[in-house]
Design a protein around this ligand. Structure first.
Ligand code: C2O
Ligand code: CU
Ligand code: CU
Length: 458
Protein backbone atom coordinates (compact mmCIF):
# COMPACT_ATOMS: atom_id res chain seq x y z
CA UNK A 1 0.00 0.00 0.00
CA UNK A 2 1.26 3.46 -0.81
CA UNK A 3 1.26 6.27 1.68
CA UNK A 4 -0.16 9.55 0.45
CA UNK A 5 3.34 10.95 0.06
CA UNK A 6 4.60 8.06 -2.02
CA UNK A 7 1.46 8.27 -4.10
CA UNK A 8 2.12 11.92 -4.84
CA UNK A 9 5.71 11.12 -5.74
CA UNK A 10 4.72 8.25 -8.00
CA UNK A 11 2.19 10.41 -9.78
CA UNK A 12 4.74 13.15 -10.17
CA UNK A 13 7.23 10.74 -11.69
CA UNK A 14 4.69 9.59 -14.24
CA UNK A 15 3.85 13.09 -15.37
CA UNK A 16 7.24 14.80 -15.36
CA UNK A 17 9.75 12.15 -16.26
CA UNK A 18 9.87 12.98 -19.95
CA UNK A 19 10.66 16.65 -19.50
CA UNK A 20 12.65 16.88 -16.29
CA UNK A 21 15.59 15.06 -14.77
CA UNK A 22 14.80 12.73 -11.91
CA UNK A 23 15.86 15.31 -9.34
CA UNK A 24 12.60 17.18 -9.50
CA UNK A 25 10.78 14.20 -8.15
CA UNK A 26 13.48 12.62 -6.07
CA UNK A 27 12.97 14.85 -3.09
CA UNK A 28 9.96 14.85 -0.94
CA UNK A 29 9.22 16.22 2.44
CA UNK A 30 5.95 16.20 4.12
CA UNK A 31 4.26 15.33 7.33
CA UNK A 32 5.62 11.80 7.05
CA UNK A 33 9.25 12.99 6.58
CA UNK A 34 10.13 10.73 3.72
CA UNK A 35 13.04 11.56 1.43
CA UNK A 36 14.73 10.05 -1.56
CA UNK A 37 18.41 10.73 -1.87
CA UNK A 38 20.64 9.70 -4.77
CA UNK A 39 24.42 10.04 -4.90
CA UNK A 40 25.76 10.38 -8.42
CA UNK A 41 28.24 12.19 -10.62
CA UNK A 42 26.78 15.40 -11.93
CA UNK A 43 28.28 18.54 -13.49
CA UNK A 44 27.64 21.73 -11.56
CA UNK A 45 28.88 25.26 -11.93
CA UNK A 46 31.02 26.64 -9.11
CA UNK A 47 33.39 28.98 -10.96
CA UNK A 48 31.50 31.21 -13.42
CA UNK A 49 31.15 29.78 -16.93
CA UNK A 50 32.75 26.47 -16.04
CA UNK A 51 31.53 23.01 -15.23
CA UNK A 52 32.83 20.98 -12.32
CA UNK A 53 32.45 17.19 -12.48
CA UNK A 54 31.07 17.04 -8.96
CA UNK A 55 29.60 14.16 -7.01
CA UNK A 56 26.20 15.29 -5.81
CA UNK A 57 23.09 14.37 -3.94
CA UNK A 58 20.10 14.55 -6.30
CA UNK A 59 22.21 16.27 -8.98
CA UNK A 60 22.43 19.49 -7.05
CA UNK A 61 24.75 21.56 -4.94
CA UNK A 62 23.91 22.62 -2.31
CA UNK A 63 22.48 19.19 -1.59
CA UNK A 64 18.84 19.02 -0.56
CA UNK A 65 18.25 20.17 3.01
CA UNK A 66 16.66 17.28 4.84
CA UNK A 67 14.11 18.62 7.30
CA UNK A 68 12.90 16.42 10.09
CA UNK A 69 11.06 16.96 13.32
CA UNK A 70 12.23 16.10 16.81
CA UNK A 71 10.59 12.88 17.95
CA UNK A 72 9.06 12.07 14.54
CA UNK A 73 10.26 9.15 12.41
CA UNK A 74 12.37 10.12 9.40
CA UNK A 75 12.92 7.88 6.38
CA UNK A 76 15.62 8.43 3.79
CA UNK A 77 15.73 6.01 0.90
CA UNK A 78 19.27 6.30 -0.36
CA UNK A 79 20.45 5.04 -3.73
CA UNK A 80 24.10 4.78 -4.69
CA UNK A 81 24.59 5.71 -8.33
CA UNK A 82 28.31 6.31 -7.86
CA UNK A 83 30.83 3.94 -9.37
CA UNK A 84 32.10 2.95 -5.93
CA UNK A 85 30.63 1.84 -2.59
CA UNK A 86 29.47 4.34 -0.03
CA UNK A 87 27.40 4.82 3.14
CA UNK A 88 25.66 7.89 4.55
CA UNK A 89 26.32 9.15 8.05
CA UNK A 90 24.02 11.55 9.93
CA UNK A 91 26.47 13.74 11.79
CA UNK A 92 25.46 14.64 15.34
CA UNK A 93 22.29 12.57 15.49
CA UNK A 94 21.92 10.19 18.42
CA UNK A 95 20.33 7.31 16.58
CA UNK A 96 20.68 3.51 16.67
CA UNK A 97 24.02 2.12 15.47
CA UNK A 98 22.44 0.29 12.52
CA UNK A 99 21.58 3.70 11.01
CA UNK A 100 24.94 5.40 11.70
CA UNK A 101 26.30 4.82 8.22
CA UNK A 102 29.84 3.65 8.91
CA UNK A 103 31.00 0.82 6.63
CA UNK A 104 31.67 -2.51 8.39
CA UNK A 105 31.14 -1.01 11.84
CA UNK A 106 27.43 -0.40 11.40
CA UNK A 107 26.46 -1.66 7.96
CA UNK A 108 27.94 -3.28 4.86
CA UNK A 109 28.99 -0.75 2.20
CA UNK A 110 26.17 0.21 -0.16
CA UNK A 111 27.40 -1.02 -3.51
CA UNK A 112 26.92 0.84 -6.82
CA UNK A 113 23.31 0.50 -7.91
CA UNK A 114 22.08 -0.49 -4.46
CA UNK A 115 19.47 1.21 -2.33
CA UNK A 116 19.51 1.34 1.45
CA UNK A 117 16.73 2.81 3.54
CA UNK A 118 17.76 4.77 6.61
CA UNK A 119 15.02 5.13 9.16
CA UNK A 120 15.26 6.69 12.60
CA UNK A 121 13.65 9.15 14.97
CA UNK A 122 15.86 12.12 15.84
CA UNK A 123 15.75 12.68 19.61
CA UNK A 124 17.33 16.13 19.43
CA UNK A 125 16.45 19.31 17.56
CA UNK A 126 19.03 21.41 15.79
CA UNK A 127 21.30 21.90 12.82
CA UNK A 128 23.05 18.72 11.72
CA UNK A 129 24.53 17.43 8.48
CA UNK A 130 25.04 14.31 6.43
CA UNK A 131 27.89 12.88 4.39
CA UNK A 132 29.34 9.57 3.21
CA UNK A 133 31.74 7.71 5.49
CA UNK A 134 33.76 5.99 2.77
CA UNK A 135 36.59 7.24 0.60
CA UNK A 136 35.85 10.53 2.31
CA UNK A 137 38.59 12.76 0.91
CA UNK A 138 37.08 12.22 -2.51
CA UNK A 139 33.40 11.70 -1.76
CA UNK A 140 33.09 14.74 0.51
CA UNK A 141 35.68 16.75 -1.39
CA UNK A 142 33.73 16.37 -4.63
CA UNK A 143 30.50 17.59 -3.12
CA UNK A 144 28.68 14.89 -1.15
CA UNK A 145 27.73 16.96 1.90
CA UNK A 146 24.32 18.29 2.96
CA UNK A 147 22.48 19.90 5.85
CA UNK A 148 19.91 18.09 7.99
CA UNK A 149 17.64 20.21 10.16
CA UNK A 150 15.63 18.76 12.97
CA UNK A 151 12.89 21.19 13.92
CA UNK A 152 12.03 21.63 17.56
CA UNK A 153 8.88 19.77 18.63
CA UNK A 154 7.50 23.24 19.25
CA UNK A 155 8.96 25.56 16.66
CA UNK A 156 10.48 28.82 17.90
CA UNK A 157 9.27 31.94 16.12
CA UNK A 158 11.66 33.37 13.60
CA UNK A 159 10.69 35.44 10.56
CA UNK A 160 13.46 33.91 8.52
CA UNK A 161 15.49 30.71 8.78
CA UNK A 162 18.56 30.49 6.58
CA UNK A 163 21.03 27.65 6.01
CA UNK A 164 24.64 28.65 5.49
CA UNK A 165 26.65 25.66 4.32
CA UNK A 166 30.37 26.35 4.08
CA UNK A 167 32.50 24.30 1.73
CA UNK A 168 35.73 24.83 -0.18
CA UNK A 169 36.60 23.31 -3.50
CA UNK A 170 39.95 22.50 -5.05
CA UNK A 171 39.55 23.65 -8.63
CA UNK A 172 41.55 24.53 -11.70
CA UNK A 173 40.45 27.66 -13.57
CA UNK A 174 38.46 25.48 -15.97
CA UNK A 175 36.41 24.01 -13.12
CA UNK A 176 38.10 20.61 -13.08
CA UNK A 177 39.39 19.25 -9.78
CA UNK A 178 42.89 19.83 -8.45
CA UNK A 179 44.30 16.93 -6.40
CA UNK A 180 42.15 16.79 -3.27
CA UNK A 181 44.93 15.77 -0.94
CA UNK A 182 48.60 16.62 -0.86
CA UNK A 183 50.56 14.43 1.56
CA UNK A 184 52.82 17.17 2.93
CA UNK A 185 49.70 19.17 3.88
CA UNK A 186 47.85 16.11 5.16
CA UNK A 187 50.74 15.75 7.59
CA UNK A 188 50.11 19.31 8.79
CA UNK A 189 46.82 21.21 8.91
CA UNK A 190 45.30 19.48 5.90
CA UNK A 191 44.97 20.47 2.25
CA UNK A 192 42.94 23.69 1.97
CA UNK A 193 40.57 24.48 -0.85
CA UNK A 194 41.30 27.36 -3.22
CA UNK A 195 37.65 28.27 -3.92
CA UNK A 196 35.50 29.01 -0.88
CA UNK A 197 31.75 28.78 -1.24
CA UNK A 198 28.71 29.55 0.85
CA UNK A 199 25.75 27.47 -0.30
CA UNK A 200 27.79 26.73 -3.42
CA UNK A 201 28.33 30.41 -4.26
CA UNK A 202 31.38 32.62 -3.97
CA UNK A 203 30.72 35.57 -1.60
CA UNK A 204 26.94 35.51 -2.11
CA UNK A 205 24.40 37.98 -0.77
CA UNK A 206 21.47 36.52 1.15
CA UNK A 207 18.26 38.50 1.43
CA UNK A 208 16.72 38.86 4.86
CA UNK A 209 13.51 40.64 5.85
CA UNK A 210 14.20 44.18 7.14
CA UNK A 211 13.55 44.29 10.87
CA UNK A 212 12.88 40.53 10.93
CA UNK A 213 14.04 37.95 13.43
CA UNK A 214 16.59 35.80 11.65
CA UNK A 215 17.94 32.38 12.51
CA UNK A 216 21.16 31.68 10.61
CA UNK A 217 22.38 28.09 10.66
CA UNK A 218 26.06 27.77 9.81
CA UNK A 219 27.41 24.32 8.97
CA UNK A 220 31.09 23.80 8.24
CA UNK A 221 31.02 20.94 5.73
CA UNK A 222 34.52 21.46 4.38
CA UNK A 223 37.21 18.76 4.46
CA UNK A 224 39.80 20.98 6.11
CA UNK A 225 39.15 24.63 6.91
CA UNK A 226 38.38 26.06 10.34
CA UNK A 227 36.32 29.24 10.20
CA UNK A 228 36.36 31.82 12.94
CA UNK A 229 32.91 33.29 12.45
CA UNK A 230 32.34 36.92 13.33
CA UNK A 231 29.88 39.66 12.45
CA UNK A 232 32.25 42.39 13.72
CA UNK A 233 30.27 44.59 16.04
CA UNK A 234 26.84 43.66 14.68
CA UNK A 235 24.52 42.30 17.39
CA UNK A 236 24.05 38.58 16.97
CA UNK A 237 23.31 35.96 19.60
CA UNK A 238 24.70 32.43 19.75
CA UNK A 239 21.60 30.27 20.27
CA UNK A 240 23.02 26.83 19.46
CA UNK A 241 26.45 25.29 19.09
CA UNK A 242 26.98 22.18 16.99
CA UNK A 243 23.27 21.51 16.83
CA UNK A 244 22.66 21.89 20.53
CA UNK A 245 20.77 24.82 21.98
CA UNK A 246 22.89 26.67 24.53
CA UNK A 247 21.25 26.98 27.93
CA UNK A 248 22.11 30.68 28.10
CA UNK A 249 22.38 32.42 24.73
CA UNK A 250 25.29 34.84 24.54
CA UNK A 251 26.49 37.57 22.20
CA UNK A 252 28.68 36.47 19.31
CA UNK A 253 32.17 37.91 19.31
CA UNK A 254 33.84 35.29 17.19
CA UNK A 255 33.55 31.54 17.29
CA UNK A 256 35.95 29.01 15.87
CA UNK A 257 33.97 26.56 13.82
CA UNK A 258 36.05 23.59 12.71
CA UNK A 259 35.18 20.94 10.17
CA UNK A 260 31.89 19.26 11.05
CA UNK A 261 30.88 21.97 13.52
CA UNK A 262 27.79 24.16 13.37
CA UNK A 263 26.68 27.47 14.82
CA UNK A 264 23.15 28.86 15.04
CA UNK A 265 22.88 32.62 15.38
CA UNK A 266 19.79 34.67 16.09
CA UNK A 267 19.61 38.36 15.27
CA UNK A 268 17.25 41.18 14.35
CA UNK A 269 17.86 42.41 10.81
CA UNK A 270 18.38 46.15 10.37
CA UNK A 271 15.10 48.08 9.86
CA UNK A 272 16.38 49.92 6.83
CA UNK A 273 15.81 48.26 3.44
CA UNK A 274 18.95 47.63 1.37
CA UNK A 275 21.23 47.54 4.39
CA UNK A 276 24.05 45.00 4.34
CA UNK A 277 25.47 42.96 7.20
CA UNK A 278 28.78 41.20 6.58
CA UNK A 279 29.86 37.87 8.01
CA UNK A 280 33.59 37.45 8.43
CA UNK A 281 36.27 34.87 9.02
CA UNK A 282 38.37 36.57 11.69
CA UNK A 283 42.08 35.83 11.78
CA UNK A 284 43.99 37.64 14.48
CA UNK A 285 42.99 41.27 14.05
CA UNK A 286 41.96 40.85 10.43
CA UNK A 287 38.44 40.26 9.16
CA UNK A 288 37.92 38.49 5.84
CA UNK A 289 34.47 38.68 4.29
CA UNK A 290 32.76 35.32 3.74
CA UNK A 291 29.39 36.63 2.50
CA UNK A 292 26.77 39.24 3.32
CA UNK A 293 23.14 39.59 4.22
CA UNK A 294 21.03 42.35 2.66
CA UNK A 295 17.67 43.54 3.94
CA UNK A 296 14.61 43.57 1.71
CA UNK A 297 11.12 44.96 2.37
CA UNK A 298 8.93 42.52 4.19
CA UNK A 299 5.28 42.41 5.04
CA UNK A 300 5.44 40.25 8.14
CA UNK A 301 4.52 41.98 11.36
CA UNK A 302 7.67 42.04 13.39
CA UNK A 303 6.26 42.51 16.82
CA UNK A 304 8.94 40.54 18.62
CA UNK A 305 12.19 42.25 19.36
CA UNK A 306 13.77 39.50 21.39
CA UNK A 307 15.60 36.38 20.20
CA UNK A 308 13.81 33.17 21.19
CA UNK A 309 15.66 30.88 23.58
CA UNK A 310 15.70 27.35 22.15
CA UNK A 311 14.69 24.34 24.23
CA UNK A 312 17.72 22.39 25.43
CA UNK A 313 18.04 18.85 24.02
CA UNK A 314 17.28 15.87 26.28
CA UNK A 315 20.89 14.81 26.88
CA UNK A 316 21.43 12.52 29.89
CA UNK A 317 23.14 14.39 32.72
CA UNK A 318 26.57 13.16 33.65
CA UNK A 319 27.36 11.70 37.04
CA UNK A 320 30.88 13.02 37.56
CA UNK A 321 31.29 11.48 41.05
CA UNK A 322 30.78 7.98 39.69
CA UNK A 323 32.50 8.60 36.38
CA UNK A 324 35.17 6.32 35.02
CA UNK A 325 38.21 8.18 33.69
CA UNK A 326 39.72 7.71 30.27
CA UNK A 327 42.41 9.54 28.38
CA UNK A 328 42.99 9.99 24.67
CA UNK A 329 46.21 11.51 23.40
CA UNK A 330 46.46 12.76 19.82
CA UNK A 331 49.96 12.69 18.42
CA UNK A 332 51.88 13.27 15.28
CA UNK A 333 53.79 10.20 14.17
CA UNK A 334 54.74 10.83 10.59
CA UNK A 335 55.55 7.69 8.68
CA UNK A 336 55.15 6.14 5.32
CA UNK A 337 54.18 2.55 5.76
CA UNK A 338 55.63 0.07 3.28
CA UNK A 339 54.71 0.35 -0.36
CA UNK A 340 51.54 -1.53 -1.15
CA UNK A 341 51.28 -4.12 -3.91
CA UNK A 342 50.00 -1.59 -6.42
CA UNK A 343 53.11 0.54 -5.82
CA UNK A 344 51.36 3.30 -3.86
CA UNK A 345 52.42 4.23 -0.37
CA UNK A 346 50.06 4.45 2.53
CA UNK A 347 50.62 7.45 4.68
CA UNK A 348 50.31 7.37 8.40
CA UNK A 349 50.79 10.65 10.16
CA UNK A 350 48.63 10.65 13.28
CA UNK A 351 47.84 8.43 16.22
CA UNK A 352 45.35 8.17 19.07
CA UNK A 353 46.95 6.62 22.17
CA UNK A 354 49.91 5.58 19.98
CA UNK A 355 47.71 3.71 17.56
CA UNK A 356 46.86 4.58 14.00
CA UNK A 357 43.86 3.15 12.25
CA UNK A 358 45.08 0.42 9.96
CA UNK A 359 42.01 0.40 7.77
CA UNK A 360 39.28 -2.11 8.05
CA UNK A 361 37.10 -4.49 6.14
CA UNK A 362 34.36 -6.93 7.03
CA UNK A 363 36.69 -9.45 8.65
CA UNK A 364 39.35 -7.04 9.80
CA UNK A 365 37.93 -4.78 12.50
CA UNK A 366 40.58 -3.18 14.68
CA UNK A 367 40.30 -3.28 18.46
CA UNK A 368 38.19 -0.50 19.93
CA UNK A 369 40.01 2.42 21.56
CA UNK A 370 37.98 1.72 24.69
CA UNK A 371 35.14 -0.48 25.90
CA UNK A 372 32.42 1.44 27.69
CA UNK A 373 29.71 0.13 29.90
CA UNK A 374 26.18 1.03 28.89
CA UNK A 375 24.65 3.62 31.20
CA UNK A 376 27.89 4.70 32.84
CA UNK A 377 29.37 8.22 32.85
CA UNK A 378 32.84 8.65 31.34
CA UNK A 379 35.11 11.56 32.09
CA UNK A 380 37.64 11.83 29.31
CA UNK A 381 40.78 13.88 29.00
CA UNK A 382 41.68 14.79 25.44
CA UNK A 383 45.25 15.87 24.84
CA UNK A 384 46.46 17.37 21.60
CA UNK A 385 50.25 17.16 21.57
CA UNK A 386 50.49 18.45 18.01
CA UNK A 387 50.97 21.99 16.70
CA UNK A 388 47.78 21.65 14.62
CA UNK A 389 44.16 21.91 15.61
CA UNK A 390 41.85 18.93 15.40
CA UNK A 391 38.04 18.94 15.44
CA UNK A 392 37.48 15.70 17.37
CA UNK A 393 34.13 14.06 16.75
CA UNK A 394 32.24 11.25 18.47
CA UNK A 395 29.37 9.38 16.85
CA UNK A 396 26.12 8.41 18.52
CA UNK A 397 26.53 10.57 21.62
CA UNK A 398 26.46 14.20 22.65
CA UNK A 399 29.10 15.09 25.19
CA UNK A 400 29.58 17.96 27.60
CA UNK A 401 32.76 20.01 27.41
CA UNK A 402 33.85 20.78 30.98
CA UNK A 403 37.32 22.29 30.93
CA UNK A 404 40.15 23.36 28.73
CA UNK A 405 43.69 24.53 29.26
CA UNK A 406 43.26 27.12 26.49
CA UNK A 407 39.95 28.84 27.16
CA UNK A 408 37.29 29.45 29.79
CA UNK A 409 34.49 26.96 29.41
CA UNK A 410 30.87 27.31 30.33
CA UNK A 411 29.91 23.64 30.04
CA UNK A 412 28.12 23.02 26.74
CA UNK A 413 26.86 20.12 24.67
CA UNK A 414 28.46 19.11 21.40
CA UNK A 415 29.42 16.22 19.15
CA UNK A 416 32.67 17.83 17.93
CA UNK A 417 35.31 19.68 19.95
CA UNK A 418 37.98 21.75 18.29
CA UNK A 419 41.28 21.17 20.05
CA UNK A 420 43.79 23.94 19.54
CA UNK A 421 47.50 23.17 19.41
CA UNK A 422 48.72 21.65 22.67
CA UNK A 423 45.26 21.99 24.18
CA UNK A 424 44.04 19.62 26.83
CA UNK A 425 40.30 19.41 27.43
CA UNK A 426 37.97 17.45 29.60
CA UNK A 427 34.67 16.08 28.35
CA UNK A 428 32.04 13.81 29.88
CA UNK A 429 29.06 11.85 28.67
CA UNK A 430 26.81 8.98 29.60
CA UNK A 431 27.48 5.98 27.34
CA UNK A 432 23.78 5.49 26.71
CA UNK A 433 23.76 4.33 23.11
CA UNK A 434 24.93 0.76 22.53
CA UNK A 435 27.16 0.12 19.54
CA UNK A 436 30.54 0.68 18.01
CA UNK A 437 30.93 4.42 17.56
CA UNK A 438 33.54 6.21 15.50
CA UNK A 439 35.77 8.68 17.29
CA UNK A 440 37.88 10.69 14.91
CA UNK A 441 39.33 13.98 13.76
CA UNK A 442 37.05 15.58 11.18
CA UNK A 443 39.87 17.07 9.13
CA UNK A 444 39.28 14.35 6.59
CA UNK A 445 42.92 13.80 5.71
CA UNK A 446 43.85 13.48 9.40
CA UNK A 447 41.18 10.85 9.82
CA UNK A 448 42.39 9.03 6.73
CA UNK A 449 46.01 9.04 7.88
CA UNK A 450 45.53 7.63 11.35
CA UNK A 451 43.44 9.95 13.53
CA UNK A 452 40.47 7.68 14.00
CA UNK A 453 39.24 4.81 16.03
CA UNK A 454 36.06 3.69 17.69
CA UNK A 455 34.63 3.05 21.11
CA UNK A 456 32.49 0.08 21.95
CA UNK A 457 29.47 0.67 24.18
CA UNK A 458 27.86 -2.52 25.51
CU1 C2O B 1 30.73 13.83 10.32
CU2 C2O B 1 32.37 10.33 11.38
O1 C2O B 1 31.49 12.08 10.91
CU1 CU C 1 29.35 11.92 12.95
CU1 CU D 1 43.02 16.54 12.92
Amino acid sequence: MLTRRQFIQTTAIATTLTSLPAISVAMGSGPDYHYDLIAEESAISILPNTQTPAWTFNQQFPAPVIRAKQGQPLTIRFTNKLKEPTTIHWHGLRIPIAMDGVPFLSQPPIMPGETFTYQFTPPDAGTFWYHPHMNSVKQLGKGLVGVLIVDEAEKPEFDHDVVIGLKDWRLEDDGSFLPLSIPRYAARGGTLGNVKTVEGKIKPIFEIPAGGRVRARFANMDNTRTYNLSMKGFNATVIAEDGNAVATPYPLVDRKTGVGMRLDLGFIAPEEVGKEVIVYDKKGKLHFEIFRFKTVASTSKKIHRDIPVLPVNPIASVDIEQAEKLSFVFEWAGALSPTKKDGSVKHQFWTINKRAWKGMSANNLPEPLARLELGKTYLITLTNTTPHHHPIHLHGHTFTVLKSTKRDITPYHTDTILLAKNERAQIAFVADNPGQWMFHCHVIEHMKTGLMGFIDVT
